[in-house]
Design a protein around this ligand. Structure first.
Ligand code: DC
Length: 231
């Protein structure tokens, strides 16, 4: 089973890269951030604080495999509010423990959206290369300057028709980075053997091309024809 582990902060280009890799390699894709967002969403929706550790653990434990698999397709969890709640609940070791097994199983038996078993998996998150799949064949860690990430997120939110202030977006990004990288359990950090790529000044096509080069260097057997294509 071939596993591509993609980690990094928000707005570094992980989602776009993962979708492209999964499509070209015909691998199953799991956006693990959706699991934490799902817990944050259920908490807030039911009137609880994202800081309510016991409730967060209870919710994480109650999520069925089927529910976890489909969370990534739910657009309602994609707001800044649920992103922040996800970051808070993800610091609770009990929440991480409750979501661990599902992620590990997905990596070992990846199932595509159409239900077919895939030859490999692309997982994106914060701790894929370090905790969930430490034996992954390919580990990639994306970074980008906070100002660039804030600008990307700012434009994204504006396109959605939301009235946002750039400075607020930047301070939210910095606060999330701090929480995600300073927590004691599975903090955001690159695995020792990860390929670290700064996407600040790269287009999505550049990022894809550089990651494919890294994969090719690791495994000369990957057929060229499956690696081409633009976004
Ligand atoms: O990738 P995202 O923005 O959807 O993630 C939301 C939050 O979930 C992120 O701030 C930290 C947490 N997260 C995590 O702790 N571990 C993961 N593997 C994925 C996400």
């Amino acid at each position: 089973m071939s596993i591509i582990a993609i980690d990094g902060s928000s707005a570094t280009g992980k989602g776009t890269l993962c979708s492209k890799l999964a499509q070209v390699f015909d691998y199953a894709y799991l956006d693990t951030g959706a699991l934490y967002r799902g817990v944050g969403y259920e908490l807030l929706k039911n009137g609880f604080s994202p800081n309510d550790e016991n409730k967060a653990i209870e919710i994480a434990k109650s999520l069925s495999g089927e529910k976890m698999l489909h969370l990534q397709d739910e657009s309602v969890i994609r707001t800044e509010e649920y992103g922040k709640a996800a970051s808070i609940v993800s610091a609770f070791p009990g929440v991480r423990k409750a979501l661990f097994e599902f992620q590990r199983r997905f990596a070992q038996n990846p199932v595509k959206k159409d239900g077919a078993i895939a030859q490999g998996a692309v997982l994106d998150g914060r701790d894929i290369g370090t905790v969930i799949c430490p034996d992954a064949e390919y580990k990639i860690f994306l970074t980008a300057r906070p100002e660039i990430r804030a600008e990307r997120r700012f434009k994204e939110l504006q396109l959605k028709g939301l009235c946002v202030i750039y400075e607020d977006v930047l301070s939210d990004i910095l606060a999330r980075d701090k929480r995600d990288s300073e927590r004691t359990t599975a903090p955001l950090k690159p695995a020792d053997d990860a390929f670290i790529l700064d996407t600040s000044d790269l287009t999505a096509d550049d990022v894809y091309a550089q990651v494919v080069c890294f994969i090719q260097e690791r495994n000369q057997k990957v057929p060229q024809t499956r690696l081409g294509g633009q976004f």
